[in-house]
Design a protein around this ligand. Structure first.
Ligand SMILES: [Zn+2]
Length: 235
């Protein structure tokens, strides 16, 4: 097993149980009339979510830290550099939950409840992603980070971002490369060598797909992202 496969498997072991626990919290609110006021629901959900998210965020961060050190050693032969785990704050979580909470309050349904839990899961996953990005910033020999898809199905949004290649430290900004949709299985990996990093094959394949999609879009007078979506669905 590669270091990345190990990392992804470990990450799933942390995230799956917490995702289930979060879903259990929101499940009672998916029926009309379950929540008395938006404020009350918000307070109750945040109070129940926060300890779960905080702990799991720390765990995904710690695991990412271990992965970073292992990857660094394997690629450079160098011992670990000191850097900190990404932190998380209750207010940040509250901010991220605001929109899906309003949506659930307006439209109590299974889908909106799942969205709310999903928004919190995304915060849990940010613990791993941000920790690796911090490591890259603190590490004199790291060149940048790359986005790697780890699930079965590719989505056009992520394929497009992967096709742009790693985000190097000297880049002016990461831009939307650092955007993750709900349920996104993309992970962040450190890059120590432009010619060899985890997910490089995936990047090159995505780049090819994107070139084909833009060519097809030009021919058909369509949107390249839609062409890419079509290509991915037909795979
Ligand atoms: Zn995606």
């Amino acid at each position: 097993m590669s270091l990345l496969t190990d990392y992804v498997a470990g990450n799933r072991r942390i995230v799956l149980p917490v995702a289930e626990a979060l879903l259990r919290v929101v499940w009672p609110y998916r029926v009309p009339g379950a929540s008395t006021s938006l404020e009350q629901t918000g307070t109750a959900v945040l109070a129940a979510f926060w300890p779960l998210v905080e702990q799991a965020h720390r765990e995904t961060g710690e695991l990412a830290r271990e992965y970073y050190d292992a990857e660094r050693e394997a690629r450079t032969g160098l011992p670990p550099v000191p850097f900190f785990l990404a932190e998380h704050k209750r207010d940040w979580l509250a901010e991220k939950l605001a929109e899906p909470l309003i949506a659930l309050h307006r439209d109590p349904s299974d889908a909106r409840a799942a969205d709310l839990a999903g928004a919190a899961v995304r915060e849990v996953q940010a613990g791993g992603r941000r920790t690796i990005q911090r490591g890259v910033e603190a590490d004199p020999v790291a060149l940048g980070w790359a986005r790697v898809e780890t699930g079965g199905s590719s989505c056009a949004f992520c394929t497009l971002l992967i096709s742009r290649g790693p985000v190097y430290k000297d880049a002016e900004s990461a831009g939307e490369s650092n955007a993750y949709h709900r349920g996104c299985d993309c992970r962040v990996v450190p890059v120590f060598d432009r010619a060899s990093f985890p997910g490089r094959d995936q990047y090159l394949a995505a780049e090819k797909e994107w070139v084909k999609a833009t060519r097809a879009a030009k021919q058909n007078g369509t949107d390249p992202i839609n062409e890419l979506r079509k290509r991915l669905q037909s795979e």
